[in-house]
Design a protein around this ligand. Structure first.
Ligand code: 4NP
Length: 152
């Protein structure tokens, strides 16, 4: 069975759909068999398309986010996924509060897979409008996560 990876942010319209789309593209290029999903801790945008700015930046880099719709992280995901990869520390805290007793998913900070980056959290482009910089971080961390999964 391929490993299952869930990317998590707050709204599931900017950072985690970007991570899902970028990681899907780069994992396919690397020939890595992995199941990929994304969700948000808030549920505020359930059913929404990714942010237009994220979709435009994705398209310019050869990724397609248009099949994605926002969903909310749920307790069952802690049984179903091997890795829950969070964009920032508040996502980790909010995710862990949903963990059922005995569920084994590992919760990680995405930029732990990009140790050469000065940042430890992926900044929220919804407010900061820095989509290019966020995509650069996400591409770097995706490559690191692919290398990590290939070595296990
Ligand atoms: P995301 O960005 O967590 O990267 O999807 C946000 C999207 C929407 C909101 C906040 C962050 N919001 O407040 O609606």
């Amino acid at each position: 069975m391929p490993p299952k990876v869930m990317f998590v942010c707050l709204g599931n319209i900017c950072r985690s759909p970007t991570a899902e789309g970028v990681f899907r593209g780069l994992a396919a290029q690397a020939g890595l068999d992995v199941v990929i999903d994304s969700s948000g801790t808030s549920g505020w945008h359930n059913g929404d398309l990714p942010d237009k700015r994220a979709m435009a930046e994705a398209k310019s880099r050869g990724y397609d986010l248009s099949m994605q719709r926002s969903t909310q992280l749920k307790s069952q995901d802690f049984y179903d996924f091997y890795l829950i990869v969070c964009m920032d520390n508040s996502n980790i805290e909010n995710s862990e509060s949903l963990r059922p007793d005995g569920a084994n998913a590992q919760v990680k900070l995405f930029l732990d897979y990009a140790p050469n980056q000065p940042l430890r959290e992926v900044p929220d482009p919804y407010y900061e409008h820095n989509f290019e910089a966020v995509f650069d971080l996400i591409e770097d961390a995706s490559r690191g996560l692919i290398a990590s999964l290939q070595s296990t």
